[in-house]
Structures are given as C-alpha cells and as structure tokens.
Design a protein around this ligand. Sequence first.
Ligand SMILES: N[C@@H](Cc1ccccc1)C(=O)O
Length: 413
Amino acid sequence: MSATPPSLLGGALIIAGTVIGAGMFANPTATSGVWFAGSLLVLLYTWFSMLSSGLMLLEVNTHYPHGASFDTMVKDLLGRGWNAVNGLAVAFVLYLLTYAYIFVGGDLTAQGLSRLVGGGVGLPAGQLVFFVVLAFCVWASTRLVDRLTSILIGGMIIAFFWATGGLITHVQLPVLLDSGAAEGSRYWIYAATALPVCLASFGFHGNVSSLLKYFNGNAPKVARALWLGTLIALVIYVVWQLAIQGNLPRHEFAPVIAAEGQVSVLIETLSHFVPTGSMGVILSFFAYLAIATSFLGVTLGLFDYLADMFKWDDSTAGRSKTAALTFLPPLVACLLFPTGFVTAIGYVGLAAAVWTALIPAMLLHKARKKFPDSRGYRVYGGMWLIVWVFAFGVINIAAQILSQLEKVPVFKG
Ligand SMILES: N[C@@H](Cc1ccccc1)C(=O)O
C-alpha cells in the first residue's frame, strides 16, 4: 500500500470490497424462505451487529502497536487456547471462501467461455482457468493485487447499478410482497437458513488492523470508514434483494434452491420472468468482478497468514510453497467434492461467527478491564453491546447447526 494515508472513501472502498463478495450471491436464495420484508430485517440486524463487532475490534486494537494482528490481541487478552480456536476458525473461513469462489468463479468462467467458443466448456475446465489466472496474480505480487483490486471495485459498482437498474424498473409489487401466496404461507420459521449466510456476507473483520495501520492509528477515521463501507454494502444488498425478489416469484425459487443457489442458475431462472437480454451478461460480469475482488482479498490474507505461520520467506521458492498450500487444498476439494454453494457459505457464517462476533465481544470485555482509564477511541453501547454481539454470534452458530441437522424448517421452494 502507498505511503500517503488514503482518503476516507479509499478506506471505505477497501471495506466494501471485502464485504461484497460471494456472500451476496447466496443471499436471495438463503432468504427465499423469509422473503423480502423478512430479509430486510435480517440484513439490518446483521449489518448493525457486524459493524458493531468491527468497531469493537478497532477499540481493542488501539491499545496495541499499529499493525498488531488478531493473533497478538487474542493471545494477550484471552490466552493461547482461545488463540488456537481463533486461528483455526480464521483459516477455516478463508479456505472455505476460496473454495466457494473457485466454485462460483469457475461456473461463470465456463459459461463465458462456452459463449465465446460456442458451447461445451465444462465446470472443471472453467474452475481451472479462473483459478490459474487469479492465483498467478497473488503469487506474482501483492502490489499487482492492490492495483487490480481498486480497478475491479470501481468496475464492480458501475456494473452493479447498470445491471440491476434494468431489473429494478421491472419490479412487481405483488411478487415482492408475495401477495399471491397460498393461504397460511409461513415466513419467519425459515429465518435460520438466512442468518449465517447474511453474517458471511457482512464479514470484513480481518481488515480492521491493517486499516488502522494504513490510517496511521487514526481510530475515529477508521470507524468512519467502517460505517461508510458497510453502509455501501447494505445499500447494494437491499437493491440486490429488490432486483431478484421483486422479479423472481417466491414459489418459483425451487430450481435455484435445488441447484444450491448456483449463480448461473439464478440468472437463468430470472431470465424467464424478466426480459434480461444483455442484462444477463452484465449481471454475470458484475458477479465475476465481485467474486474476483473477494478472491484476491481473501487469498492474499490466507497467503500472508500461512507464510507467517510457517515462516516461509518472500523468495520465489518461499512464495511458491506458500502459494501451493494456499491454493491447492481448495482447488482439489472443489474438483473432488463439489457440494453446494449456499451450504458452503452457511458454514463460512458458522466459523466466521466465532471470530467476527464471539471473540470481539470477549476481547472488548477483557480490554476494558485491562485498560480501565484509556482515553482513546471508545465504541458506543457499553456492556449491552458486548452482550448483544455475543448473543448474535451464538444465535448464528445455533442457526447453522440446526438447519443442517434439519431440526428447523428449511424452505425448498
Ligand atoms: N464478506 C465476504 C466473505 C468474508 C467473510 C468473513 C470475513 C471476510 C470475508 C463475502 O461475502 O464474500
């Protein structure tokens, strides 16, 4: 990153770039049970809780030297045991996301290539092409990724409004409100599937300490960047829900759910209800950019994390070893065990709940005891916020486990 501190908007875009990713493509499918009005409540609840836990991490971070990582804070405040749990949960999320990105990115690549050469490019071929190009960027250099990301994020936001602009004008109120639903249709009983997926789609918490370093320890400015970045994401998610759930009727979601929310199937099913035309292509293009930016951000995080853990240096040999450990396990898993996309994101939510909700709440509780008369940045809310965020984590973990065990109703369309 450059030496001059970035603008507030620059910081907010870094956050928005991480937040907006694979998660959002799973949202319309995961919230098809609670439908539009319910999804707004779930999104608001998740946004507020995730922003708050990010601000908690920020407050804790101000007690440590600039750039002190998650690892340092957890070890110091909660001890080695929790640090091991935290490290495992972080690694699990990053690996699983890489898997989900290859899955979706490969799907879209296969579609795109088929269109170019006139059909017949399979999913594994698409996954390999997508993977090789982006993994090469990460292996080659951090600077390249940095440059690439800002261009991609800009393009992504433009493509998003371009693509959904058309869809929004077609939104049908009865579809959005599901007013033609059968007598006695139920919505709230399906909240458990929605929660962890929305949690995953608001995750960014690995970026807080690097942003604080980037802004030279100016915590209030980082806090503003978190507010702005997560608000941009919230607006985009709401518009996205409107575009999909305002056009594709709830009772027609079955094929999308059966395909586990695969993005190409979502777009294809949508095209039966709206004349998507070139919009389908722009939508795929947007999806592509969103996945690519997250892939770059997440794998770079995983890459640095592994290099640091194994103390592998920055030489070509060192980087190659790190790259192999970063990329090969998810690629192999993707080729061998193609489970569904929405399920994968649900498990991302489960593991992410540990380090984006439970741990931040525990850290802040400890930090306020350890540094009682600090006069620096303080997040709003006092003790009730700590309890709120902790409960949010527990609720999400329970929701994912119960819906995987089918102990709670799961909407099938
Ligand atoms: N929000 C990211 C996923 C993520 C989760 C947790 C931490 C960081 C990133 C996405 O939707 O793709």
